[in-house]
Design a protein around this ligand. Sequence first.
Ligand code: GDP
Length: 172
Amino acid sequence: YNEVAFVGRSNVGKSSLLNTLANNFKLARVSSQPGKTRSINFYLIDGKFFLVDLPGYGFAKVPLSEQKRWRDLIESYLKGRDRLKGIFLLVDSKVGPTEKDLQMKEWLDFYGIPYVVVATKVDKLKQKERRKLEERIREGFKNNSIKIIPFSSKTREGRDRLLKELSHFLES
Ligand code: GDP
């Protein structure tokens, strides 16, 4: 089966996003405890592809040994992953891309894995912040052609676009 994966900092809103998608796909409800998602979860969707929930990174106060474990886990997942068609890289709209997000992006570039940025929790933004959202993310990632999907699990904004990009990944 082909795979599409979701990754981002802990607390970025990944579980909420996956629960929002659970209305479209019959995927078992996912729950999250901050900093406790320490393994890779695979959900087979309609017997057609795997939706892959990668553990969150950058949780404060995580010991170095645990960070190394995370890195090894993700690296062994990404390495030579022919069936991985694309990644949704989740970035908190309020926080913007962090150093860790930038590292993740560089990793994806290195492995040649296509990705789309999902700017989560956009319902929290003020109008002015909202207007500058995409520019800010592009600046943060030093990439002007990056694809960004503004998303909210609260209002479900961006869900259709996300599903469309997911199909694009799987068709590629
Ligand atoms: P995860 O650690 O990445 O799985 O993040 P969660 O989905 O557990 O969300 C972390 C926190 O952000 C929770 O308190 C959620 O209620 C909140 N959150 C997640 N998505 C949204 C959103 O779209 N809008 C708002 N306002 N809050 C959100």
